[in-house]
Design a protein around this ligand. Structure first.
Ligand SMILES: Cc1cc2nc3c(=O)[nH]c(=O)nc-3n(C[C@H](O)[C@H](O)[C@H](O)COP(=O)(O)O)c2cc1C
Length: 450
């Protein structure tokens, strides 16, 4: 794997060194390109020492360096052809603007225009810069052009403000790079059953009751699971999409056919993700002949089977069950109610408001809901969202060990002691989750580490 890390001028530039390390650990050969501003924050020598390669800092300097120049000596073109993925971390507001508008006035921006490799950006900046309409519009443009945006997290920023703008963790950025290269195999060994698309309930030989589901979310999930090494069974309602390569596709039309296919194939699945929009009702009477217009008509409808509830009832130990909920109002309340009623491991709740989000659209935003957590997954292309959903699903597979119980108010000292104890025992204590348990006897906090 040949990866170019672009470093632009933000305080998080030092974290690019950790990213280089994380990529190298995964077997990547890494080149580093730095903007002039980035060199104010960290020396090229750091990256040259880590990578063993000359750091590319200018379109003009070291022009005849033997290492990265091709026969024609045009270094940014040879780098553009050499690289299999360009990842910019941190990506400043300035570099995002230049990428979005095709400005090519230094090595990194020229390389961006010249390469056909996948491009990823990990923005990092002050919250007001992040929220500025100019930055958000630039990001939108870049997303539309296929650039993968690794969204920043929220928290205390270097500038002293709180909010969105902290660069994603280097390990997460490295994972996204591997995923873009199709090299992440963290679903190897899983058999993933995905349902996708809408169902159709016949009224007569030519008419049906259906819904607007395009199947794009389910197909994106199937594609992501295949690229991460899973065997995938895709149970699909009618859609206009081509199924992703290397999936076993079972085509169905009605809710009842979908139920049969899911029940039959869930036996072999280790993970069931129900992204299909299944009809809740079907007509009680289906006419053999095409219905004629004879005046007002009342349809009598009967409820269909609840497939998710049945899947949960039939689950085997270790099998993960993830449902989807499309909500037009009270998204989180309704999602949480569905999670509790159905007994799934998680529910992916998405608002269906029209305006380019959710049903039929290419992008989606969602909340990944479990009994303990509500992870916001912001607006992004459905393929990227599919990867983020699998990232969260995989955290459900992590073995957890209970470390310590706190009092009602949460005792920070006890928590730190527990984390230290786990660290010295070699556990990944940085992954500690704090969980609030409430019962009639009162509430208490537990710290759980990987
Ligand atoms: C101390 C300091 C910290 C900065 N941190 C950031 C930052 O985190 N994110 C950002 O977008 N810009 C930041 N900037 C502004 C950029 O460095 C500036 O926009 C520069 O032109 C970026 O150039 P580049 O995109 O070519 O690297 C910072 C500037 C200074 C002086």
């Amino acid at each position: 794997m040949r990866v170019t890390v672009g470093v632009s001028g933000g305080i998080a530039a030092y974290k690019a060194a950790e990213l280089v390390r994380a990529l190298q650990k995964q077997g990547a050969e890494v080149h580093v390109v730095m903007t002039a501003a980035a060199q104010k924050f960290i020396q090229p020598l750091t990256f040259a020492s880590l990578t063993g390669h000359q750091v590319l800092t200018s379109l003009w300097d070291d022009y005849w360096s033997a290492e990265t120049t091709d026969q024609n000596g045009i270094q940014h073109i040879s780098e553009a052809q050499w690289t299999e993925a360009l990842v910019v971390a941190p990506a400043t507001a300035n570099i995002l603007a230049k990428f979005a508008h095709g400005i090519a006035d230094d090595f990194l921006t020229t390389l961006y225009l010249a390469t056909r490799a996948p491009v990823l950006v990990a923005p990092a900046m002050n919250v007001n810069m992040w929220e500025h309409a100019a930055t958000q519009d630039n990001l939108e443009l870049l997303r539309e052009r296929g650039v993968r945006v690794i969204d920043p997290g929220a928290g205390a920023l270097a500038c002293g403000m709180m909010g969105l703008g902290r660069m994603a963790e280097p390990e997460a950025i490295a994972d996204a790079v591997l995923s873009a290269l199709g090299r992440r195999h963290d679903l190897a060994g899983e058999i993933v059953l995905v349902t996708a698309g809408g169902t159709r309930e016949a009224l007569d030989p030519v008419r049906f009751i259906g819904n607007r589901s395009s199947g794009k979310m389910g197909y994106a999930l199937a594609e992501a699971a295949v690229s991460r090494g899973a065997r995938v069974i895709l149970v699909s309602g009618p859609t206009a999409l081509h199924p992703p390569a290397h999936c076993e596709v079972i085509k169905v039309t009605t809710a009842d056919q979908m139920r049969h296919a899911v029940i039959e194939h869930m036996v072999e699945a280790t993970l069931v993700i129900k992204a299909a929009a299944v009809a809740d009702y079907r007509p009680v009477h289906v006419s053999d002949q095409k219905l004629k217009r004879t005046g007002p008509m009342t349809l009598e409808l009967a409820p269909t089977e609840d497939i998710l509830a049945e899947v949960v009832r039939r689950r085997r130990p270790g099998q993960l069950i993830i449902g989807f909920a499309a909500e037009t109002q009270d998204k989180l309340e309704n999602g949480r109610a569905k999670l509790l009623n159905k007994g799934a491991d998680a529910i992916v709740v998405n608002a269906v408001t029209g305006d380019g989000v959710g049903i039929e659209a290419d992008s989606n935003a969602a909340t990944f809901l479990t009994l303990q957590t509500a992870i916001e997954l912001p607006l992004m292309p459905k393929r990227s969202l599919a990867d983020r959903i699998f990232d969260e699903v995989l955290t459900l597979r992590r073995p957890k060990a209970l470390l310590v119980e706190f009092g009602e108010s949460g005792d920070e000292k006890a928590k730190q002691d527990a984390v230290l104890k786990a660290s010295s025992a070699g556990d990944a204590a940085t992954e500690a989750d704090e969980v609030l348990i409430s019962s009639a006897a009162g509430s208490r906090r537990q710290l759980i580490v990987e």
